[in-house]
Design a protein around this ligand. Sequence first.
Ligand SMILES: [Fe+2]
Length: 264
Amino acid sequence: MKVLGVHIGHDSSACLVIDGKIIADAAEERFTRIKHYSGLPINAIDYCLKISNISIDDIDFIAVPSKNPYPELNFLLDLKGENIERKSGPGRMLEFARRIMKSSIAKPPLYIKNFPIKDSTELIHVEHHLAHAASAYYTCGSQEKQLIITMDGAGDGVSIGTWRGEDGKITPLKKFPVSASLGWFYSNVTLLKHSAGGTVMEKARLWGWRLMEIILKSEVFWNPIIPNLIMEKLLSSMNGEFHISGMKEELISGILMKLMRLKL
Ligand SMILES: [Fe+2]
């Protein structure tokens, strides 16, 4: 069984799994030389197929890591009829707003390569955190009972998930909504510091929570735009906890994004 995994979004990528073994995987940024490239992973798919000497016709399943539709696949896989990926309600509204604002995303030019799939090739949507859990569990080298923890910015409305892996199967235990997203908080802090995530992770390993506190206090706290009360609440509510009590992640992200735009 040949499965081609396709991700379109931040760090667009593709991977090929044949009979349960990872044969190839590649991020599109390696070909475009644009960090975190988020366009169509055309070169990555091409690489996966070429390295294993097969064509798109040989693929049994295309797997995408989201329950939501991927309208970009309509072009990439030349989907037709009932197989067309249609935008969800909010997605249609966003597109409508973009059209009014004349900022709708341009369609790929006709000369761009795509990979038309056969009728028998099935497209499957995998819940985002389940895809993360599977990539950890099925590659850990053991099918015995495992606790799997997935932590993300957000994926299919979930920021953190806990799962049980046992006898080759994964079952969900508990999921935390995006309002408890430490991932978004972390990405905002790394962006705020204009540093790579790895640098912050290395320092966090040494200093732990104190790092976040120091960054926020030194970079943000002094700014008169941010009411001290809000930042006090943010710091105290996140100290050692991953639940942001009483604060919506939009508010936290909004504050930090605003600061970044002001180039503080
Ligand atoms: Fe993710």
